[in-house]
Design a protein around this ligand. Structure first.
Ligand code: GLN
Length: 493
C-alpha cells in the first residue's frame, strides 16, 4: 500500500475509505472494532495526501491506515479497555505510540475489541461482546488482543497495534494466521497504555507480514522520556533484518528448540507444523539444537501471581471519582465515597477482573506476601537465568506460539485454568523482558497455527531475520499467504 501511495496508483483517502467500507461490510460478523472513527481517519488521510502532493511525506507508512487496541489512550476517541467501568471516558491525551502514529501520518481507523483490561486469551471477557475469528466465526480470535488480530486477518485494517502482557499479541497472531511481535521490554513506550501489569506489558505490531511488522515497529519504538522504563538507546535495524531474512540464508544462525515448550499439552497438528517450520530453518542453513529451560514449567504459576498483584494495584484507580462510570447504590440516602466505589466496581468490572483483583490483593496481603509474591519474584529470576544460559548457546529460541488452534467460543469461558493454559509458551518472554514474534506456521485441522521466535533483550532484529526467512519459505510452499485461504468471509466485498 505504501508503494501504491508512493507511485500515485492510490491515495490515502481512497485506501482509508476502502477499509472503512470493508469494516461496514464485515464487522457486524467479526466485531473487531469497539469504535470506528471514519471522520477522523478520513481527515488524517486527506492531510496525508496533501503532504504527499507537496513531496513531504512524514514516514514510509504515511497514509496507510491502522487500528489501535482499545487499551491505548487516544485523545478525543473513547478508550474503554473493553470494560464498562471506562464507558464514556474520552482521554485528554494520546499514548506516545499514538502520537508517533499520528506524526508518521497513519490514519487511525478506530479502536479494537479486547478482553477487559487485557485479561484473557479469547476476547470473550470483553464487556462489549466477543470478537469472532475470521477463519471460523464460531471460534475465538485469541486474546486479549483478538480485535486487533481479527481486524488485520479480515482485511479491515492493514496494520494494528496490540499489547502483550503474557501473550496477547502473539497468541491472537497464531490463531488468526497473522504476525504479532512483542518487543523487548522498554523498547516501545508504555506511556498512555492503561496498565494491567507494568513490569510485563509491552505495545507491539499486529500485521499480515513480517516486513509490515518491522516497518511499524520502527515507527513506534525507541526512547520515550515519559516512560521511566523506556530503553535509552536506538532500535536495531529491523527493516534491514527482515529484508535480509527474506533472502533465506540462515547459515551461522543457532536455533534452540525449547524442550519444556514442545512436549505434552500441544495439539498434534500444532506440533507437526512447528517441526516442519524448524526443518525449514535447518534447510536454510541454521543449526538446530535442543535447549532446556527447566524453570519454564513454573512460568504460568509465576505469572498468575505477579500479574494479578500488579493488576490489583493498578485497577485501584478506577474508583468512580476520576474516570468513566459512576453508579449510585440503590436504597442508600446519602452514600459515602466508599458506597459509590463499591457499587461502581460491582457494576463496572467483569468476573475475570474481579477474580484477579481478589487474587492479587490476597497474594500481596501481609502474611502472604513473602509466600506468594516474594516467591514468584524469585522464580521470575530463575526464568531470566534460564534465558541467559540458553542465549549463551543459541541466537534465538523457538517453540509453538500457542498449544492449540482457535477453540470454539464458550468452550473455556467457565474454566479459568483451561483459559490460562493458552499462555504456556508465551509467558516466559514477558517474565524475562525478552522479545518474541509469532509467524504463521501453517494449518492444523484447517485452522492457523503459529511458531514463536524469541531473542535476547534488545536483539529484536533477530526476530525479524528469522521470522522473515520462515515466512518466505513457508509462503512459497503454500503457494501464497495463508490468509488468502481464510474461508469465513468469502463472498464479502
Ligand atoms: N492471556 C494472558 C492473561 O490473561 C495474557 C494477557 C495479555 O497478554 N494481555 O493474562
Amino acid at each position: 500500500m505504501a508503494a501504491a501511495l508512493a507511485d500515485g496508483t492510490t491515495t490515502s483517502v481512497a485506501l482509508t475509505q476502502a477499509h472503512l467500507d470493508r469494516i461496514a461490510a464485515v464487522d457486524g460478523a467479526v466485531h473487531a472494532f469497539l469504535h470506528v472513527d471514519a471522520e477522523g481517519a478520513l481527515a488524517a488521510a486527506a492531510r496525508s495526501d496533501e503532504r504527499r502532493a507537496e513531496g513531504a511525506t512524514a514516514s514510509p507508512l504515511d497514509g496507510v491506515p491502522i487500528a489501535v487496541k482499545d487499551v491505548l489512550a487516544t485523545e478525543g476517541l473513547p478508550t474503554t479497555c473493553g470494560s464498562r467501568i471506562l464507558e464514556g471516558w474520552i482521554p485528554p491525551y494520546d499514548a506516545t505510540v499514538v502520537t508517533r502514529l499520528r506524526a508518521a501520518g497513519l490514519p487511525i481507523l478506530g479502536k479494537t475489541n479486547m478482553d477487559e483490561f487485557a485479561m484473557g486469551s479469547s476476547t470473550e471477557h470483553s464487556a462489549y461482546g466477543p470478537t469472532h475469528n475470521p477463519w471460523d466465526l464460531d471460534r475465538i480470535p485469541g486474546g486479549s488482543g483478538g480485535g486487533s488480530a481479527a481486524a488485520v486477518a479480515a482485511f479491515e485494517a492493514p496494520l494494528a497495534l496490540g499489547t502483550d502482557t503474557g501473550g496477547s499479541i502473539r497468541q491472537p497472531g497464531a490463531v488468526t494466521g497473522t504476525v504479532g511481535v512483542k518487543p523487548t521490554y522498554g523498547g516501545v513506550s508504555r506511556y498512555g497504555l492503561v496498565a494491567m501489569a507494568n513490569s510485563l506489558d509491552q505495545v507491539g505490531p499486529v500485521t499480515r507480514t513480517v516486513m509490515d511488522a518491522a516497518l511499524l515497529h520502527e515507527l513506534i519504538g525507541g526512547h520515550d522520556p515519559r516512560d521511566s522504563t523506556s530503553v535509552d538507546q536506538p532500535l536495531p535495524d529491523l527493516v534491514g533484518a527482515a529484508r535480509r531474512g527474506a533472502e533465506g540464508d540462515m547459515s551461522g544462525v543457532r536455533v534452540g528448540v525449547i524442550r519444556e515448550l514442545t512436549g505434552e499439552g500441544y495439539q498434534d497438528g500444532v506440533l507437526a507444523r512447528f517441526e516442519e517450520a524448524a526443518d525449514v530453518l535447518v534447510a536454510a542453513g541454521a543449526e538446530l539444537v535442543e535447549v532446556s529451560c527447566p524453570s519454564f514449567v513454573h512460568a504460568l504459576a509465576t505469572y498468575y501471581l505477579i500479574m494479578p498483584c500488579e493488576a490489583s494495584s493498578n485497577l485501584a484507580k478506577f474508583d468512580a471519582m476520576r474516570y468513566g462510570l459512576r453508579v449510585l447504590p440503590e436504597g442508600v440516602d446519602s452514600p459515602s465515597a466508599e458506597d459509590v466505589m463499591r457499587a461502581t466496581r460491582d457494576a463496572g468490572f467483569g468476573d475475570e477482573v474481579k477474580r484477579r483483583i481478589i487474587l492479587g490483593t490476597y497474594a500481596l496481603s501481609s502474611g502472604y506476601y513473602d509466600a506468594y509474591y516474594g516467591k514468584a519474584q524469585k522464580v521470575r529470576t530463575l526464568i531470566q537465568r534460564d534465558f541467559a544460559a540458553a542465549f549463551e548457546q543459541v541466537d534465538v529460541l523457538i517453540s509453538p506460539t500457542s498449544p492449540t488452534t482457535a477453540f470454539k467460543l464458550g468452550e473455556k469461558l467457565d474454566d479459568p485454568l483451561a483459559m490460562y493454559l493458552n499462555d504456556l509458551a508465551t509467558i516466559p518472554a514477558n517474565l524475562a523482558g525478552v522479545p518474541g514474534i509469532s509467524v504463521p506456521s501453517g494449518l492444523a485441522d484447517g485452522l492457523p497455527a503459529g511458531i514463536q521466535v524469541l531473542a535476547p533483550a534488545l536483539a529484536d532484529d533477530r526476530l525479524y531475520r528469522v521470522g522473515a526467512a520462515l515466512e518466505a519459505e513457508l509462503t512459497g510452499r503454500w503457494g501464497g499467504p495463508l490468509l488468502d485461504r481464510a474461508p469465513a468471509l468469502e463472498g464479502t466485498p
